[in-house]
Write a protein that binds this ligand. Structure first.
Ligand SMILES: Cc1cn([C@H]2C[C@H](O)[C@@H](COP(=O)(O)OP(=O)(O)O[C@H]3O[C@@H](C)[C@H](O)[C@@H](O)[C@H]3O)O2)c(=O)[nH]c1=O
Length: 379
């Protein structure tokens, strides 16, 4: 299987890194690809994966090789058979200059549920020396580049259904700065819940209202609040699967929450000119259209229940993103978690029918290699 170089630049937060790392691990583990992951900020990566030594320029990491990418130093590396440029991070000029038509070069872009990505996914842009780069758009439709999903992921996730026992709903919180957290805390003061707060920004935002150290658990009216340490990717996935509502953000946790199959509120990364609202609307439209198609086969009371659930969810979802959430929005959402769980399980089933991103990428690679004539003599 191909030697693969994945380039990742850490600009802000953990999303780009989270996606590149998951992809790297999957290509190595499931496709026997010989992967080198090049990251320009190993200190940030060490927060996500504490076994990393930021001082080392090259180190093994769970079946792949991790290399420190020093942008201002020359990179003594020839292009691999498959080169993945993560999120327009711009390959080093000397490396790029060596890429030829024999290299499969992919530009991994941001995820979107918008329809236009179907037309842009897979387009290639000619570069020098006969090389071309292909735009890869992860997405939710059959024509998109798919979503990262490891083999057996769904079977591996711990199953938890809070509705089978009488314990209060478990809510995870992984968010950016927002006024909505205040309304969440006000709602939880009267509605019993267990709020599991992720390390970093989410805890900082909560701590504007309470005082909680990492690992601590406090009573908050009818609820309990617990501040989590930074979790490994696998533990983070398990956390989402163990909750009844996940408030997640960005791109990678958004995808993982859908694999958890639980109701979610997406704190989408805010963009200029409200571009994020267009993205959110596109995703909500896909989920609700799918859910409504499902209700055709449901009994009348069940269909009515699901319609109410979708309505309360959408209201809370928009209010969360706009920072206008009220305790009433939250109470209404908590009241419909059970039917929403069913909606999200059906949605997950539909998504798992599509090939995952890594599988699609490997098929693309195989097709490209077949169509590119072997190089028989030097240029
Ligand atoms: C809280 C937590 C997160 N994580 C991981 C899960 C994800 O891989 C990663 C978080 O990534 P995201 O969910 O994408 O959220 P993010 O906010 O960190 O990243 C975002 O940054 C913006 C700049 C990008 O434009 C967005 O698209 C998005 O990628 O952190 C853990 O592994 N353990 C934890 O305890």
């Amino acid at each position: 299987m191909p030697t693969t170089h994945i380039f990742c630049s850490v600009i802000d937060n953990f999303g780009d890194l989270g996606v590149c790392w998951r992809l790297a691990r999957q290509l190595a583990a499931e496709f026997s690809a010989e992967v080198t992951l090049l990251v320009d900020d190993l200190s940030a990566f060490a927060v996500l994966e504490p076994s990393i030594d930021p001082a080392l320029s090259v180190q093994p990491l769970g079946g792949l090789t991790l290399m420190a990418w020093q942008r201002d130093a020359a990179l003594a590396l020839s292009p691999a058979a498959l080169v993945i440029e993560g999120f327009a991070c711009t390959l080093p000029a000397t490396y790029r200059a060596q890429i030829t038509a024999q290299t499969v070069w992919v530009n991994l872009d941001y995820l979107s549920a918008e329809a236009w990505i179907d037309d842009c996914h897979g387009l290639s842009s000619p570069q020098t020396q006969g090389a071309s780069t292909t735009f890869w758009f992860p997405g939710f439709s059959a024509r998109s580049g798919g979503l990262l999903r490891e083999a057996e992921l769904i079977q591996r996730l711990p199953s938890h259904d809070g509705f089978c026992n009488d314990s209060p709903p478990r809510i995870s919180l992984f968010c950016y700065e927002t006024e909505s957290v205040q309304a969440l805390l006000a709602a939880l003061h009267t509605s019993p819940c267990e709020l599991l707060i992720c390390s970093g920004k989410a805890l900082q935002v909560v701590n504007a209202h309470v005082s909680l150290g990492v690992g601590e658990r406090v009573r908050h009216g009818a609820s309990t609040l617990q501040a989590l340490p930074m979790l490994s990717h696998d533990d983070f996935d398990a956390l989402l699967a163990s909750c009844d509502l996940n408030i997640i953000r960005g791109e990678d946790s958004f995808v993982r929450a859908q694999w958890a199959g639980k109701p979610l509120l997406w704190h989408i990364y805010p963009q200029d000119e409200l571009a994020h609202e267009t993205k959110l609307a596109a995703w909500l439209a896909r989920v609700t259209t799918h859910a409504k198609a499902q209700t055709h086969s449901a009994t009348r009371p069940k269909a009515a229940q699901q319609t109410r659930a979708l309505s309360s969810w959408q209201t809370a979802q928009w209010a969360w993103v706009r920072g206008t959430l009220t305790p009433d929005h939250l109470h209404a959402l908590l009241a419909v978690l059970k039917p929403l769980h069913e909606v999200m399980l059906h949605w997950r089933d539909a998504l798992t029918e599509q090939p995952d991103l890594a599988t699609q990428l490997m098929r693309f690679y195989a097709n490209q290699v077949e169509s590119v004539p072997e190089k028989t003599h030097p240029d």
